[in-house]
Design a protein around this ligand. Structure first.
Ligand code: FAD
Ligand code: DLZ
Ligand code: SF4
Length: 511
């Protein structure tokens, strides 16, 4: 008799641990535990999503005849840890083996390595089949390459899965249509609402539990409209394909005041906990292209995020852990400013993005990268503090995807393994891609002085401050030529403004 442990982000019928299970005699354990809910103090909405989706998944498996042992968070016997719950059940029943699909995070893999000795039982850890590129395949692709560029990995994945291909060539004659995907927000652009599921009795019970036990966690619990079943997640996918995919490409980088959802898919929450599989999202998008529902730039752009970026960052994570958690190439040390929690800042772009993050446990990619991340980069914020924040605030956050995006893509803390140059930008970029600056106390057109947009001087301060590390980067050559042309007076003004700004943050003044 086997015991199969299913984790809160493994809610798929296709996971490897379920494959050889005998519903007649084997047991499945699912448990809501303090350790997983608090190793970072996750956003309340994320805990509610995971617990409710776990309960629904367990119910479906039970209806299909599996023996389920489900431990609720407030069960008085709950030990609070996965190891504790496996041990407790193993002491009650005579299991011959523990089976689990490999966890998504390194820390859990480390923990599981000691279970067999502790339990005196074989523990079989099966390949994580929720991904399209295994760790071994990624390692083989990476071996011997000087640079691990996502674009080349993506092309191989397109070939491997024959996605948007025609006789070995990419449909449309090119692999990537990104150049068409940088439109600023059009005035009067109508943005369809995100999919909103109605909370049922199971979800209501979970919401009450989260309110009771996690009231000190970040974020708004209500309104709660995440999908918590596979059927609902499928509807959310359908709705994305019909209502938003056609403009996904055009407005992928655009930001509009009070429009948190834009034309993005909002499917990452469900992909990452197992309610949707990456291949079905890709196939539905490809079908939409062939049926004329969405243009190639949108479909290719969306598919690249899932078949390319998502698989690639996971590959990097497992290739480079545990060292990747320590990287800090730019030796950034500044503590995370309080406004990342409170949204109390005069910088309208940051206020918007933090407020929406608090409300929705979501911000779209460009808000994460070019507003919140860009500030963290150019202000020199400590990677540990920034990683903790991103892990905690988003409902789709799991370390395998969060860490490479933050330390690699945003902070350049890995020295250029993931991104060929830092994604640093001044206020001009934010002004081009959003309408945030119009409602800001600062003036994006002003470069120095108390009324200037802080992104403007912090950007050049970042370039100057990190000259020793970045001047040698070929892709930064243009920036250093511009810096070289700057008068000493201008450079001093940048340093003075930046110093004044940092001092104000340190003194808890509202900046
Ligand atoms: P869409 O824009 O609709 O994209 C479709 C899907 O593509 C996403 O659901 C996601 O599965 C995948 N995808 C897109 N970009 C990336 C990427 N850079 N890396 C991996 N997958 C990608 N994504 C997470 O899933 N979890 C995280 O914790 C996370 N943290 C991030 C932190 C930072 C600083 C940055 C810059 C990006 C982060 N991302 C993360 C990637 C991306 O921002 C989110 O996947 C996306 O915003 C989720 O919203 P969506 O489902 O509407 O995505
Ligand atoms: C995210 C999460 C949360 C909040 N709670 C649980 C839980 O109580 N029980 C569980 O099995 N899984 C949970 N998860 C998902 C795990 O944290 C996830 O499996 C690991 O981080 C590995 O990716
Ligand atoms: Fe952000 Fe600067 Fe624009 Fe204000 S002016 S919204 S701080 S980019």
């Amino acid at each position: 008799m086997k015991l199969c442990l299913i984790l809160g982000d493994q809610l798929s019928r296709s996971i490897s641990s379920l494959a050889e299970l005998d519903p007649q005699q084997d047991h499945i354990l699912m448990c809501e535990v303090r350790d997983e809910a608090t190793y970072v103090k996750h956003h309340k909405k994320k805990i509610a999503l995971v617990f409710s989706a776990m309960r629904h998944f367990a119910k479906e498996l039970a209806e299909d005849g599996y023996n389920i042992d489900y431990v609720k968070y407030d069960d008085p016997n709950n030990t609070g840890s996965l190891a504790g719950e496996v041990t407790r059940l193993a002491s009650q029943k005579a299991f011959s083996e523990i089976v689990v699909t490999a966890p998504g995070e390194y820390r859990l893999q480390e923990q599981m390595a000691s279970w067999s000795a502790a339990l005196n039982l074989p523990v079989t850890i099966k390949e994580d089949s929720r991904f399209l590129c295994s760790q071994t395949e990624f390692a083989a692709w990476a071996k011997g390459r000087k640079q691990l560029r996502m674009e080349y990995f993506y092309r191989e994945m397109r070939r491997k899965y024959s996605v948007l291909m025609n006789c070995g060539e990419p449909i449309g004659g090119q692999w990537n249509f990104d150049a068409e995907n940088r439109k600023p927000p059009a005035s009067g652009l109508e943005v369809p609402d995100t999919y909103r599921a109605q909370p049922d009795d199971i979800t209501q019970e979970v919401l009450a539990l989260v309110e009771t036990h996690f009231s000190d966690h970040f974020g708004d619990l209500l309104p709660f409209h995440f999908t918590v079943t596979r059927n609902q997640a499928n509807e959310a996918l359908d709705q994305f394909i019909v209502k938003r995919l056609s403009l996904f490409g055009d407005y992928q980088d655009a930001m509009i005041q009070n429009e948190p959802w834009m034309h993005h898919s909002h499917l990452g929450f469900y992909l990452n906990c197992g309610l949707l599989t990456p291949l079905e999202c890709i196939e539905r998008a490809e079908k939409a292209y062939h049926e004329g529902i969405a243009p190639l730039n949108a479909v290719e752009g969306f598919i690249r995020q899932i078949l390319g970026w998502r698989e690639y960052v996971r590959g990097i994570y497992w290739l480079k852990m545990p060292d990747y958690k320590q990287v800090n190439f730019l030796e950034a040390k500044r503590p995370l400013p309080e406004f990342y929690w409170t949204a109390e800042t005069q910088m309208n772009c940051i206020r918007q993005c933090v407020t929406e993050t608090k409300q929705n446990a979501y911000a779209h990619h460009i808000q994460r990268l070019m507003v919140l991340g860009n500030f963290a980069l150019i202000a020199g914020l400590d990677p540990d503090e920034v990683n903790n924040w991103y892990m905690l605030v988003y409902a789709d956050a799991y370390e395998w995807v969060e860490l490479p995006n933050v330390s690699g893509m945003v902070l350049f803390a890995d020295g250029g393994l993931l991104a060929s140059k830092p994604y640093a930008a001044s206020g001009t970029y934010i002004n081009k891609m959003s309408n945030y600056c119009g409602s800001c106390k600062y003036k994006v057109s002003v470069k120095n002085g108390p009324t200037a947009c802080p992104f403007n001087y912090l950007y050049w301060d970042f370039i100057g401050r990190n000259e020793g590390k970045l001047r040698g980067n070929q892709r930064m050559g243009f920036m250093y030529k511009s810096l070289d042309r700057m008068s000493e007076e201008k450079r001093q003004a940048i340093r003075d403004d930046s110093r004044r700004f940092f001092k104000a943050i340190e003194a808890d003044e509202k900046v």
